[in-house]
Design a protein around this ligand. Structure first.
Ligand code: BEZ
Length: 217
């Protein structure tokens, strides 16, 4: 996709993930060919060799197996060169014993950052904000998080949200506040008077009323 000068695009939930080719720490990738039939968690960080980013990126590395077990590949990004990424990955490996071996996009021309609304000029004109895009196996964007430069993300919440999306897809249910795997889920509310009466008569779910019913799967 062509990126126009001074135009900020903001992909939205439900959009197909804009395609791009990029240089990464594992070589060139084309998003449309990357991680076929898998989920992708794509995330940006403001800059290599910075403290909050180091905590976040090592956080992703430490839980990479958990993402992989959820049929998910990680894809990082910052507006830094691939040489900077390699130096940082190696430094973190030497100093902390953590290997950030997932691909990190070197978005030095800001092409991908602009395409994904990661460059938010009133926050910074040179560094990407802390974004997370959850992209499903059909390459549709399913959930977006944007955090500012000065607040690190919550890895438990990123993994919880991924599990919630996958569980919702598999079971056609929705997740209540603070849902954790194994807890009751929301069954879709009735859409007709007939369905409402069926729900009222249904003793198989835990009901506050016909429109707020939960079940454990
Ligand atoms: C950090 O990761 O520590 C950071 C990066 C850019 C701006 C502020 C903080």
């Amino acid at each position: 996709m062509e990126v126009q000068e001074n135009v900020i695009t903001m992909p939205r939930i439900g959009d197909m993930a804009p395609d791009f080719e990029a240089v990464t720490t594992i070589g060139k990738i084309q998003l449309s060919d990357y991680a076929k039939d898998k989920w992708i968690v794509m995330f940006s960080h403001p800059a290599d060799f910075t403290p909050v980013c180091t905590t976040e990126m090592t956080g992703f590395a430490l839980r990479k197996e958990e993402f992989n077990a959820l049929n998910t590949e990680l894809l990082g990004l910052s507006i830094d060169s691939v040489h900077s990424h390699l130096g940082w990955v190696n430094n973190v490996r030497e100093k902390m014993g953590i290997y950030m071996d997932f691909p990190i996009i070197a978005d030095i021309d800001m092409k991908v950052s602009k395409l994904y609304g990661m460059l938010q000029p009133n926050e910074s004109t040179t560094a990407a904000v802390r974004a997370v895009f959850f992209i499903d196996p059909s390459k549709k964007i399913r959930l977006i998080m944007y955090y500012p430069l000065n607040v690190g993300r919550n890895m438990d919440e990123i993994i919880r949200a991924l599990k919630a999306l996958q569980f919702s897809d598999a079971n056609r249910v929705a997740m209540p506040l603070d849902w954790q795997p194994g807890e009751p889920v929301i069954v879709p509310p009735p859409k007709t008077l007939k369905e409402m009466d069926e729900r009222i008569a249904d003793t198989s779910c835990e009901k506050i009323d016909f429109y707020l019913a939960k079940k454990t799967i």
